[in-house]
Structures are given as C-alpha cells and as structure tokens.
Design a protein around this ligand. Structure first.
Ligand code: 8IG
Length: 274
C-alpha cells in the first residue's frame, strides 16, 4: 500500500488539490478545465458521448488520488473537448466515505476539479429509490440532500450556506432537455451496507427520496470551492423494503448497465446545453 499525502494530518488539502490540478494540466496539455463530471455507477458512457477525449490519465498518477476500490469504477481522469470548445474533466475515480480513508480523500477529486478552473461540478451516482414509481433505470435530478454521515468536508469554523446547493438554474436547464425528469432529495448514508427497511422508512419520514453512499459530502466541498453543482442519481434499485425482494450488488450493477446508454445520452445532451 502506497501512502497518500492527504493522510498526513498536517497536510493542506487545498495545496494538494492545487498540486494535483497542476499535474493534470501538465499531463493533459489543457491549462484550464471549465466543467467537471464525476461519473458514478451507470453513468460512465457519458464520457464517450460528451465530446472528444484528448487525454486519459490513470488517477493514481495524480497527487492524492487512490486506486479505485471497486471493479466497475474506472479509475481514470479524462480531459474531454466539448463541441462548444469548453473543456471537461471527467473523474472516473471516486473515493467513497465507506472506504474509511477520511473525508479529505473523499472530496479531493472535487477540490482538484475546482483547482483546474472548473466552475460547474456535475455529480452522478447510482442510488436506491424510495418512491415506488421510480423503476430501476430511472434518472432523477437531485434537488437537495440530507447528509447522514455525521461528517463534513469543511474543517474548523467554515460556515458555508447550502441553500440552493443543487443549482436551480442547472436543474432548469436539465428539465428543458428532458421535461419528464423527476427531482428528489438524496440522502447519503455511510454504507457500505445497504439500509434496513426501518432505516429506509426513517429516511422517507425525514424527507429523503433516494439513498446512496456518495455525492452529499462532495457537493458540500464543491460549494465551498465556489462551484455550481448539478446532481443526478440513477435509481438502480428500489430501496430495501420498498420492493419485496432483497438487494443484491449484482442486480444493482446489472440495472446500471442496462440503463447506461439511455442516461449517458441524456447527460451528454444536458452537458451540451450548459
Ligand atoms: I447503486 O439502496 C445503490 N447505492 N445506501 N442504498 C444505498 N446506496 C445505494 C443503494 C441503496 N443502491
């Protein structure tokens, strides 16, 4: 196991993000990126659809990034030239909170994206759906979140307003592209276990519509960095107890793969409209 500089409590996570961004600029030959996308389960093909990939970097070659913990998570950073001439940084390497490396490692990709110049952060994920009407394969715009990790990427007395964290402006653009897109409140839990049915009922009672293990902490860090955030979930499964059948990771992966072409094309159309 190689050590990660972010694990040193004395390290400055923003300085390490700036270092990572400089390395990305050097390795991609792209001075500044405008938009960043983190592609979660089911969303990966969007990278091929949004534009022309001009550089692909194994994430572990960049300061602070780690090898992906999970098969199906690609572990690369890609620089994509959009038809508009804008540059997108596609992050296919997400560190999850449940990996236990701490929240600095979780949000490093977002801070790095901001340091590359990106002013828009698109966060995508696979999630469990609490609304019965959301069949597996349904994409949902994230309108707000509930952070049940009991953690924060902010350190010290850093008071950041999270009203309109998930930009109403960007959501309106997404709904212009696809008027049938539903919105929902994403609830981040620590995982890696899925919820019990009782926990899903608790999340429903407090106003959550989606359950997942990423995104909320990343969105907070994106806002701290001054970025405008668009969040989208792919409902890969009904949350525990909403459907009669138990959850299996294999089924979650499979429904993600089935929906991937459709939702990736949708995301590409949204990116083109930003
Ligand atoms: I994909 O049902 C996916 N990720 N917490 N619950 C939680 N995370 C998830 C789920 C789910 N499905």
């Amino acid at each position: 196991m190689s050590s990660n500089p972010l694990d040193d409590p004395a390290a400055d996570p923003f300085a390490l993000a700036a270092t990572a961004a400089a390395e990305i600029a050097e390795k991609t030959g792209v001075e500044r990126h405008d938009i960043a996308l983190t592609l979660g389960s089911g969303w990966g093909s969007a990278a091929d659809l949004i534009g022309e990939t001009t550089a692909t970097i194994p994430a572990n070659e960049i300061t602070g990034f780690s090898k992906p913990a999970l098969v199906g998570h690609t572990g690369t950073l890609r620089s994509v030239l959009l038809p508009s001439g804008k540059r997108a940084l596609v992050i296919g390497a997400r560190t999850h909170y449940y990996e236990g490396h701490g929240v600095r490692r979780v949000v490093h990709s977002v801070r790095t994206a901001a340091a590359t110049g990106a002013s828009t952060m698109i966060l995508t994920n696979g999630a469990g759906g609490i609304r019965e009407t959301w069949a597996p394969g349904t994409p949902v715009l994230i309108s707000d979140h509930i952070n049940l990790t009991a953690d924060s990427p902010l350190e010290g007395a850093t008071f950041i307003d999270l009203t309109d964290l998930y930009s109403a402006r960007l959501r309106a653009i997404a709904r212009q592209i696809e008027p049938s897109l539903d919105e929902g409140v994403y609830t981040q839990l620590r995982g890696p276990h899925y919820e019990t049915p009782a926990e899903v009922q608790m999340v429903k009672a407090i106003g959550g519509h989606l359950v997942g293990m990423s995104t909320a902490l990343e969105a907070i860090a994106a806002r701290e960095a001054g970025m405008e955030v668009l969040g989208m979930s792919l409902v890969t499964n009904l949350a525990a107890g909403i459907s009669a059948t138990p959850l299996s990771h294999a089924e979650v992966i499979e429904s993600g793969q089935l929906a991937e072409p459709v939702i990736s094309a949708l995301l590409a159309r949204i990116v083109a409209a930003l």
